[in-house]
Design a protein around this ligand. Structure first.
Ligand SMILES: Nc1nc2c(ncn2[C@@H]2O[C@H](COP(=O)(O)OP(=O)(O)O)[C@@H](O)[C@H]2O)c(=O)[nH]1
Ligand SMILES: [Mg+2]
Length: 395
């Protein structure tokens, strides 16, 4: 399963985001290091269900009226403070936790109401752009540290006649969780000395920075947008690469709780909601405040951030394996039973492997269940494809 990790300094709103997205109970409090152990939970990305192209909705538990929710894993790591890569504030433990993530949501306090350490200060005091860059810097330095600490081993190996510098670096970095393809792609684009002994700190840092960008892409979540001064919003919009998502994590949490209690109709990612039960004036007022924020930012931003991480940053798309190409069902008659997140460029055989190794190994051919035509071996699948896989392994 794809893993998205929440990173950020204490009090940025990570646990609030996590709780809202997973509706699990974790501590949400106004002091640093509330979250000591990494929390792992299931949340979803949202997409358009192919059942919208049929006469009736599929009825899958992850489909609400054609809004399809595809499970992913969400990780809530405790707050990072400047100097984390040197172990400050339990930094190493938290950074190690990020090793398991495919993509990072960098949650920043857009209101500027917390200092570098995450302690409350008057709103507008802290420049949120500093929160954006410090997380990247901490991650880069942390990875550079890993390379540094293992460099002696590379130097030792260089005395052997079969030594190959690319191979040695690949070995070092795959140990950290990078794939060989990632390391190869990074090495292709940097200049570096053949002899490991000639490497400078600068060479190692450059390597680490490039690899971090490739293996841990980041989406910036400008949280607390509900109380952020307009000039902060403007700066975040113009001075990041435009990929920032404005959010109100506690607005989302309020909606999820109201939805759970039956007070409102709301599906995560909607840009509005409907009140359906009698509420106290205070409850109604609270929800109306959230509604105003949603109108400004096209929703609470929580679902948008998750979708941006998986569909944009990781460049995934959703494909739907079925057994019956005309009914779009599995053997038990469930319509569109599974949704699989694949990397851009994936073929029907890749989908088969994603369903099950045996299905992949026994792959014979595939049928596009929309057109009922056979799909070529090299055909690249795309968002919303419904595919019947024919395999010797059955399905
Ligand atoms: N105004 C506002 N406050 C928020 C928002 N999200 C979280 N908070 C508050 O910020 C504080 C810290 O939140 P928490 O989730 O514990 O932060 P963490 O340390 O990053 O996990 C809590 O008081 C939250 O209620 C938001 O979107 N808007
Ligand atoms: Mg927390």
């Amino acid at each position: 399963m794809i893993t998205v990790a929440l990173a950020g300094k204490p009090n940025a709103g990570k646990s609030t985001f996590y709780t809202a997205a997973t509706m699990a109970d974790v501590d949400v409090a106004n002091y640093p290091f509330t979250t000591i152990d990494a929390n792992r939970g299931v949340t979803h990305v949202r997409t358009r269900c192919p059942c919208l192209d049929r006469e009736t909705r599929c009825g899958n538990e992850n489909c609400r009226d054609g809004k399809r929710y595809v499970p992913i894993e969400l990780l809530d790591v405790a707050g990072l403070v400047p100097g984390a890569h040197e172990g400050r504030g339990l930094g190493n433990q938290f950074l190690d936790e990020l090793t398991n993530a495919d993509v990072i949501l960098n949650v920043v306090d857009a209101s500027g109401g917390t200092n570098a350490e995450g302690e409350p200060v008057p709103v507008g005091t802290r420049d949120p752009l500093e929160d954006v860059t410090f997380i990247e810097r901490e991650m880069d330095l942390w990875l550079a540290g890993i390379v540094d600490r293992n460099w002696e081993a590379v130097e030792r190996k260089s005395r052997s006649p079969e030594f190959d510098v690319d191979e040695a670096i690949t070995e070092l970095l795959t140990g950290f969780g990078a794939s060989e393809a990632d390391v190869a792609a990074v090495l292709r684009n940097v200049e570096y000395p053949e002899d490991p002994i000639a490497w400078e700190d600068e060479d190692r840092e450059r390597l680490a920075r490039r690899l971090r960008r490739r293996t841990k892409p980041i989406v910036v979540v400008a949280n607390k947008a509900d109380v952020a001064p307009p000039e902060n919003l403007e700066r975040l919009r113009t001075e990041t690469d435009g990929s920032v998502v404005f959010a109100t994590a506690d607005g989302e949490l309020a909606l999820r709780r109201a939805e759970e209690s039956g007070a409102i109709d709301y599906d995560p990612g909607d840009d509005d909601f409907e009140i359906r039960a009698d509420l106290t004036d205070a409850q109604r007022e609270g929800l109306e405040t959230v509604r105003e924020v949603m109108a400004k930012f096209d929703g609470t931003g929580v679902q948008t951030a998750l979708d941006a991480a998986v569909y944009d940053r990781l460049d995934r798309f959703t494909a739907y394996p079925v057994q019956d190409a005309s009914k779009w069902t599995d053997a038990r008659g469930n319509v569109l039973p599974d949704a699989v997140l694949l990397s851009r460029g994936s073929t029907p055989r890749d989908l088969a492997y994603a369903v099950h190794t045996d299905i992949g190994e026994g792959y014979l051919h595939a049928i596009d269940a929309r057109s009922n035509r056979r799909i070529g071996e090299d055909h690249e699948l795309s968002e919303g494809d419904v595919v019947k896989i024919v395999s010797t392994a059955g399905q």
